[in-house]
Write a protein that binds this ligand. Sequence first.
Ligand code: B3K
Ligand code: ZN
Length: 883
Amino acid sequence: PEVIYLKDYQVPSFLIDQTELRFELESERTIVNAKLTMRRNPDCQQKPQGLELHGDKALQLYRITLNEQLLNESDYQRLDEGLQIFTVPDAFVLETQVEIHPDQNTALEGLYRSEGFYCTQCEAEGFRRITFYLDRPDVMSVFSTTIEADKSAYPVMLSNGNPVATGDADNGRHWITWEDPHPKPAYLFALVAGDLKMIEDQYTTSGGRDVALRIYAADKDLDKLDYAMQSLINAMRWDEQVYGREYDLDIYMIVAVDFFNMGAMENKGLNVFNTSCVLASPETTTDAGFQRVEGVVAHEYFHNWSGNRVTCRDWFQLSLKEGFTVFRDAEFSADMNSRTVKRVENVALLRTAQFAEDAGPMAHPILPASFIEISNFYTMTIYEKGAEVVRMIHTLLGAEAFRKGSDLYFSRHDGQAVTTEDFVKAMEDASGRDLTHFRNWYNQAGTPVLAVSDEFDAASQTYRLTISQSCPATPGQDTKAPFHIPVAIGLLDSQGEDLLLSDGEAQITTQVTTQVTTQILELHETRQTFEFSGIAERPVPSLLRGFSAPVKLNYPYTRENLTFLMSHDSDGFNRWEAAQKLGVDILQSLIKDYRNDKKLILDKQLAEAFKVVLADESLDKAMVAKVLTLPSEAYLSELAEEIDVDAIHHVRNFVRHQLAVQLETQLLSTYQACTCDDTYSPDAASIARRALRNVCLGYLLATEKQEHLELALAQFHEANNMTDSQAALNIVVHSGYQKAAEVILEQFYLRWSHEPLVVNQWLSVQASNPQAGTLSQVKALMQHDAFNMRNPNKVRSLIAGFSALNPVNFHALDASGYMFLADQVITLNNLNPQIASRLVTPLTRWKRYNTERQEMMKAQLQRIMDSGELSRDVFEVVSKSLA
Ligand code: B3K
Ligand code: ZN
């Protein structure tokens, strides 16, 4: 397959001013008529004689007319993935008619069927599976879409924009025409048809536009849409208040579908959502599920400006819309819930999944230089690291200048397809700050490592922090230039109070020294020393507050320092971070002991620190829950030089068991204090209470006492919400109470077999079970009615639940986990390449394990490579992993 390079970008030779589509949906096939009003692009230097359109091999071409003249086979040719018309005038109308087969579309890209509905997914390059087109984001067109289908089977037919005409046709069919006044690239096109029901609400924008809000779903899910609606309204208000952005159409629609490759899609005026990101009810949805719905609804809504009004010039710029929009949705969620908890969750995700990606064979900068298949670049790096880069700009500029920058960006580029460079430039122009050096973040992959040391000179009352930065090599980038890194710090005195520091920025611009407790140090060099004067005693530094940059930071904290920071740091994030660091330090040294066959003894400090936290009623329960949760196996793996899966698992369990035994009384009383049978509400305080309660329950079962098993079973049976019942199920199953587990798994399934999203959780609880025998369980579940290889949610729950969330079983030394995954990737390569290529990820990380595992993992990658014709998606990931 061909490699596509950013450096080869060229403006399109032709533009499409108007796109008129007509879909005839029939049971076996769909006919798509496209009428494109086109002209040469005045900005294009070349004047090619002919026109090349994108178009999938599977399009069956019936006819083409150019300015109403029928073309014959000597006027054009089919290309491997397109269509070439040999001669075209400067301006013309091109009409094509093709036949496609949505019912056979298992890749879920283009037009496909999901449980009786028709729906589309066009980003990134799915539109070319619908018709011949200039399927690239810098070709923006006004769309008018007519859909015709059987009236009784497809009473609801939707597309972007506003409905302008509708009528009945012969044979019990009907039609509707939608017009979208906003020019858009084809990737934002959407069509939905089916027997959908909806809930409706209304929103008046600050400028006075009345917007009808509609959320569509299958009839049985109509009672699970209210939370998404409320989230949408909150997001609309928030974007007006925080970014000054208003909605720009009279209708905003969301449709929930069961079969979906990703979470959701921001099609103009017609979002299509995975049911998992829109349906929510207390009985069926966990707290995490509610928060996901809120976040994803907001994310897709925010794309209306950061993505749709201002879109990407080419797919290398993907982080322009994704990084910025993730930053926006994270800030929204932080404002709606607990800011610190949201930050902790984001950072935990970033430094397990994204840092691992940055250290693997697919590592790429947030502005990649090349790709084989763009679908492979919807990554943690583009999204999450991209958001961190925008966050750093926010930190460096301050909220006010950042807002000026975003206003300038939106007004300067409204209606355009632009680049990350345009975004940075707008930020520079609006703030007056020079971000030249900062741009390295866009072009260099890899996670920078900061080494921090300090010295205190009592005589001169001077404290110095020296920060060195380095960044490991990544594929194609052996050496890196230093980054411009904002390092937010505070200094604590021996009482735990913040020292007052001077705000460097204010000092330069106003000559007046303002006093702050958190100072942003700007690191530019490989090594830099920052000096603080007037410091009476050696302070304890609180470094990288709020995780001000996506880096790894090493400073030789003592365990005493860390417990001190845990209770005194004024930065909530860093209080949690201190607990994590303490946990990591203790776990890492025990892992070393375990590998050296030494007896494991748990340092008292951890239990003592946890005891203090458990006793402090003034603390936010959500943060207590986070602090009490030991660093995850995934995080410990990411930090390890060589990942010893079994040692990590064993030692972490050992520590959990020790803590549980030592803190049993406190854990039990906290558990009880957090128990109450209010009606369910997904507000921050209630979520916090349930989170803490379930963390305690997990520890209590780690004591292996029968009475605590009873407690978990009681919770399972009595819970009035999915959070508590699923947590109990998970804890019982994963704690190895096999008999009890079997019983409640069965009960859970019987109770919820009619709710696909709950069944997915049931699959995932079993797939991620660290106990022995899980793989054969997973294989058996693949034959269960509840499973369907064509449904990505099922595949993610069961197969990825095993390969990505169950390290001890996946990495079994008989290679059974590896072989299993390779088998599934080979099957899915034909059915759904995007899902196949995502699934393969755990195998691609082979370099991180010992030689024995490395060889076995590589052998399975090679087996995939040799298995026949690979999709571009799987080929790219597997070949890069073996390179
Ligand atoms: N923009 C979509 C992602 C589409 C991915 C297609 N392979 C969802 C989002 O980020 O909002
Ligand atoms: Zn997005």
